[in-house]
Design a protein around this ligand. Structure first.
Ligand code: GLY
Length: 312
């Protein structure tokens, strides 16, 4: 297990723990954050069936009572209606300011549960237990929480940092291959924005991670979190450098919107096409070498990701 500190000075520091078998020990770690020995696990219906029993068993063993609140899987749950339902369940469970909420799931659950934690009683602690590669390498770290509105994605939200992130590499074994590859796009993004050696490793031996090799996945998650932690530590509220983490996202979000935030285009797939388009635009503006866009596109394609809008 590797613990990566996230420390910005502007928020309480916390650790992202990355390793295998972390779920079995999660209860003990979370118990240290719950003086009243109770919590609510926010998850989605798919993840609830796969991982909530193990997390609840671990919490029970550590003496922590837990209630599970499951929302429908998918981006549509990042809504005012689901936010209200989650907040109501936190009230029903009798949580107060000293309690913590656990986000067990991918980016949708992390964003929704994190925002609920930011709003509940004017803000209570939350723990991220990300179960997708995308959430482990990106959305569970850095404190961005949000819901969508009909006018656009992530338009209502808060910066609310978690107290702890537990990224268990073993849970990625239950991810459908397409979801794993989608998360890999965010890993490649980290290589593209600031670590040439990492990008080269991902293109070579690291590529086994995109097919599910646990050792390669662990290295990819650790390096991604190190990169993200350094950026967020310098610029929590995206006043400057953090915008780097949005590489490819402006195009990607537009494509996701055009395809109705549906299974037709997963977020990471939008990011893969978006990164290629961003490099094409940069090349046309004379901001990067002319050969870069095709190198980037070839790399995404080699990982089984789309790289052009016509791939959708
Ligand atoms: N996913 C981009 C960020 O956290 O800033």
């Amino acid at each position: 297990m590797i613990a990566i500190p996230v420390n910005g000075g502007a928020f309480a520091p916390y650790e992202v723990m990355v390793g295998r078998g972390l779920m079995a020990d999660a209860g003990r770690r979370i118990a240290a954050l719950t003086p009243q020995r109770r919590t609510v696990i926010v998850t989605d219906e798919t993840v609830a069936a796969l991982h909530a029993p193990a997390l609840q068993a671990s919490l029970t063993e550590a003496g922590v009572d837990s209630v599970v609140v499951a929302v429908p899987a998918g981006e549509a749950s990042k809504s005012f209606a689901e936010l209200e339902r989650v907040l109501d369940r936190l009230l029903e469970a009798g949580l107060d300011r000293k309690d913590v909420v656990i986000a067990l799931g991918g980016g949708v659950v992390g964003d929704l549960a994190g925002l609920a934690a930011a709003l509940f009683m004017r803000g209570i602690d939350f723990v991220q237990v990300p179960t997708t590669l995308l959430a482990q390498v990106d959305s569970s770290v850095g404190g961005k929480t949000a819901i969508d509105t009909p006018r656009g994605k992530n338009l209502v939200g808060a910066f609310h940092q978690p107290r702890l992130v537990l990224a268990d590499i073993d849970v990625l074994a239950t991810l459908p291959e397409r979801q794993l590859r989608s998360g890999w796009a965010e890993v490649l993004k980290h290589g593209l924005i600031c670590d040439h050696d990492f990008f080269d490793w991902l293109a070579g031996e690291g590529a086994a991670g995109a097919a599910g090799d646990p050792a390669a996945l662990q290295r990819a998650v650790v390096r991604s979190v190190e990169i993200k932690s350094a950026v967020v530590g310098e610029d929590e509220k995206e006043a400057g450098k953090r915008a780097l983490l949005n590489l490819g996202h402006t195009f990607g979000h537009a494509l996701e919107s055009a395809t109705g935030y549906s299974d037709r285009l997963l977020h990471g797939e939008g990011v893969a096409i978006g990164c290629t388009l961003a490099f094409q635009l940069s090349a046309r503006m004379g901001l990067c070498p002319q050969e870069d866009p095709s190198r980037v596109a070839a790399h995404f394609a080699a990982m089984g990701l789309p790289s052009r809008p016509c791939d959708i």
